[in-house]
Design a binder for this molecule. Structure first.
Ligand SMILES: Cc1cc2nc3c(=O)[nH]c(=O)nc-3n(C[C@H](O)[C@H](O)[C@H](O)COP(=O)(O)OP(=O)(O)OC[C@H]3O[C@@H](n4cnc5c(N)ncnc54)[C@H](O)[C@@H]3O)c2cc1C
Length: 363
C-alpha cells in the first residue's frame, strides 16, 4: 500500500511513523517539515485543562492520548530522544480568585482520574523558588511536557530509519489517486492523508465539502534561556481566570506562552505580543528580566469550525483527514496516529474515533 501523507507537522509525521512501522510504504510531502505550529509549540501535556471543561469528547480523547504517551515515547526513543518529561505540572494561584479556581479544577481532575495534590504557598515556593508571592497550587504529578522540536526530529529519524520517504515539496493539487507537486511531478497513492494544518483546505482538487475550512489562530510565544533552569517543573501561573504557561527544559530554556489572536494567516511577531508575554511572565517570575531572550515566534493553530480535530475518512474515496487539532495537537499526537492507523490498515474502528470523523461537518 502506498500511503502519502501531505504535511510533516507533528500530526503528519506521527501518522507516517506509525504507518511505516505497520508495514505500509509511506511518503511524507512537505516543503519544510516540522516548521509551522509544531515547531513553535510549547508542548505542554496536561489534559485537565479548564478549556476542555465543556468539551467532554475532546477531553476523553485527550486522556486516551495521555495514557498512550509513555509507550509512544519509549518506542520512538529506540530511534532518537523524544524530549519527554513526566515530572508534574503545577497550577499556581497568584490571587484569591485563582486560588478558588484550583478547588474546582481539583474536583474536575479527580473525577477524571487525574491524580492531584494541593500545595500550600510555602510548598509552592519550595518547589519553584523563582516564583513571586504565590498563594497556593495544584500539582498534577503525572502530567508533563515534551519538546516538540526534539519530538519532530525523532519522528523524522524514525521514518527514515524504517525506510519511509520525505519529499521536500508542496502539494498543489489532489487528482485521482495522485498528488501534483509544485515541482511539476506527480506522486501516486493508494491512500492519502491530509495533515497540512491550517493550510489543509487550501489544497486544490478536492470537493469543497471534503475538507472543511480550518482557520488559523495565531499564537506568539517566547523562548528565554538561563544557565540553569529557572523553574524545576512545568507550570501554569494563574490570576483570575487567566493563565500563562511556563515550560522549562532541562537545558535552561524557558518557554512562555502564548497569545491567542484571530488574525487570519498573519504571522508577524509584534511588539505588543512580546510586551504582553514579558509583562505577564515578570508578574510571576521576578527574575525573568535577567534571562537571555532567544526567540519570539509565531505559530498558527489549526482550528476546525467546531474546535474538534478531524481524524478519519473524507467523502473522497481513499482520502483521509488528520487536521484541526487546534491548541492541543501535541497532546493528541499519539491517539491521532493510532486512530489513523486503524483506518489505513482497515482494522476495526478505534474505540475513540467516532466523534472525530470528518463526516460530522460534511455536506
Ligand atoms: C504558540 C503555540 C503554542 C502551542 N502550545 C501547545 C501545547 O503546549 N500543547 C499542545 O498540545 N499543543 C500546543 N499547540 C498546538 C499544536 O502546536 C498544534 O495543534 C499542532 O502543532 C498541529 O500540528 P499539525 O501537524 O496539524 O500542523 P503544523 O505543525 O502547522 O504542520 C502543518 C504542516 O503542513 C505543511 N503544509 C502546509 N501546506 C502544505 C502543502 N500544500 N503541501 C505540503 N505540506 C504542506 C506545513 O509546511 C507544515 O509543516 C500550540 C500551538 C501554538 C501556535
Amino acid at each position: 500500500m502506498n500511503t502519502v501523507v501531505v504535511g510533516g507537522g507533528v500530526i503528519g509525521l506521527a501518522v507516517a511513523w506509525r504507518a511505516q512501522q505497520a508495514g505500509l510504504n509511506v511518503t511524507v510531502i512537505d516543503p519544510e517539515p516540522a516548521s509551522k505550529a509544531s515547531h513553535v509549540s510549547a508542548g505542554l501535556l496536561a489534559p485537565g485543562n479548564e478549556q476542555l471543561y465543556r468539551m467532554e469528547e475532546l477531553l476523553r480523547l485527550s486522556l486516551a492520548s495521555r495514557a498512550l504517551y509513555p509507550t509512544f515515547v519509549a518506542e520512538l526513543e529506540e530511534f532518537a530522544p523524544a524530549g519527554y518529561r513526566r515530572d508534574g505540572v503545577l497550577d499556581a494561584a497568584f490571587d484569591e480568585e485563582a486560588l478558588a479556581g484550583l478547588d474546582r479544577q481539583q474536583a474536575f481532575q479527580e473525577d477524571l482520574g487525574i491524580s492531584t495534590e494541593r500545595l500550600t504557598s510555602e510548598e509552592c515556593a519550595k518547589l519553584q523558588p523563582a516564583f513571586g508571592p504565590v498563594l497556593g497550587g495544584l500539582l498534577s504529578p503525572d502530567d508533563g511536557a515534551i519538546d516538540p522540536r526534539v519530538l519532530t526530529a525523532a519522528l523524522l529519524t524514525a521514518i527514515d530509519a524504517l525506510g519511509g520517504t520525505v519529499v521536500r515539496q508542496r502539494v498543489v493539487r489532489v487528482d485521482d489517486h495522485s498528488v501534483l507537486l509544485d515541482g511539476g511531478e506527480s506522486v501516486a497513492f493508494d491512500r492519502l492523508v491530509l495533515a497540512a494544518g491550517c493550510w489543509t483546505h487550501q489544497i486544490e482538487g478536492l470537493r469543497k465539502a471534503a475538507v472543511p475550512e480550518i482557520r488559523p489562530v495565531k499564537g506568539q510565544i517566547l523562548r528565554l534561556h538561563s544557565e540553569t533552569p529557572l523553574l524545576n517543573i512545568t507550570a501554569r501561573a494563574r490570576t483570575g481566570e487567566r493563565s500563562l504557561y511556563l515550560v522549562p527544559r532541562l537545558d535552561g530554556e524557558l518557554v512562555v506562552g502564548a497569545t491567542y489572536e484571530e488574525r487570519g494567516y498573519d504571522d508577524t511577531v509584534t511588539a505588543d505580543g512580546t510586551r504582553e508575554l514579558l509583562t505577564r511572565a515578570a508578574q510571576y517570575l521576578p527574575g525573568v528580566g535577567d534571562l537571555e531572550l532567544r526567540e519570539m515566534s509565531v505559530g498558527l493553530r489549526p482550528g476546525s469550525p467546531d474546535e474538534l480535530p478531524f481524524i478519519g475518512p473524507t467523502n473522497v474515496p481513499d482520502v483521509f483527514l488528520a487536521s484541526g487539532h487546534f491548541r492541543i495537537g501535541i497532546q493528541l499526537t499519539p491517539i491521532t496516529a493510532d486512530i489513523m492507523l486503524s483506518y489505513l490498515t482497515d482494522s476495526a474502528p478505534h474505540a475513540a474515533a467516532e466523534p472525530f470523523k470528518p463526516s460530522r461537518l460534511m455536506g
